[in-house]
Design a protein around this ligand. Structure first.
Ligand code: SAM
Length: 214
């Protein structure tokens, strides 16, 4: 049920993950985006520490672990992390953290960051802050892959408008990305856009791979 007051999204996600019966959020397998990023990375670098932002039930972190990287899965949903713990069988370090509060890691801690459908929940200010945080925790030449819902997504405009390009639909708040907004976030820090695309088969998504160049 939608109402004008935005719901507490942490409780919302806890409820969603409580309802999910085990490793089914990603149908028990890594996302196609994680597999594409894994293939792009090729042989993982020696220092293969990867931060997964909004890891959910952990399928993508599990996949990166199998590739020989050392993932850290971060999510604010305790219920998601309980599921992730089952998925990854204790092999991945999991951290409970609200992304809007920043990343609890030292500068340059990771060689890669990965966010699959976990960054389209924030207003301009928090998004800028978060992109700065991701830049900070990556080492020089570290790479950051993200995939977000765009304003061309079928869900855009459904439910109650709660901010610029933000809608709450069936309890779920989303901030839909415009390409200009993504470009604006990228311009705020020394990122090199390695690649970025609107998916041909699912145009409701924007994807980018960035590299920290300074
Ligand atoms: C659409 S799910 C994607 C999960 C996973 N990346 C995947 O592809 O299966 C979004 C995830 O982001 C997490 N999330 C949403 N807002 C968050 C926030 N403010 N801080 C941390 N995690 C958040 C949710 O708990 C959820 O696990």
């Amino acid at each position: 049920m939608d109402n004008r007051k935005p719901l507490d999204q942490q409780s919302h996600w806890n409820t969603l993950y409580t309802r999910l019966p085990g490793r089914e959020h990603n149908a028990g397998s890594p996302s196609a985006f994680a597999q594409a990023f894994g293939a792009w990375l090729g042989v993982p670098p020696q220092d293969g520490r990867l931060l997964e932002l909004g890891c959910g039930a952990g399928e993508d972190s599990y996949y990166f672990d199998n590739l020989g990287m050392q993932p850290v899965g971060l999510d604010f949903s305790r219920r998601a992390l309980v599921k992730a713990q089952q998925t990854i069988d204790g092999r991945v370090w999991l951290v409970q953290q609200h992304l809007a509060q920043g990343l609890p890691f030292v500068d340059g801690a990771f060689s890669a960051a990965f966010a699959h459908l976990s960054l389209h929940y924030f207003d301009d200010e928090v998004s800028h802050f978060l992109f700065g945080e991701i830049h900070r925790v990556l080492r020089l030449k570290g790479v950051f892959a993200l995939r977000v819902k765009s304003v061309e997504n079928e869900l855009f405009g459904r439910g109650v408008k709660i901010g610029l390009d933000c809608y709450q639909y069936r309890g779920h708040m989303r901030r839909f990305f415009r390409p200009e907004f993504l470009d604006d976030l990228i311009r705020q820090r020394p990122w090199h856009k390695v690649t970025g695309w609107k998916e041909a088969q699912s145009p409701g998504y924007l994807t980018a791979v960035l590299q920290k160049v300074e």
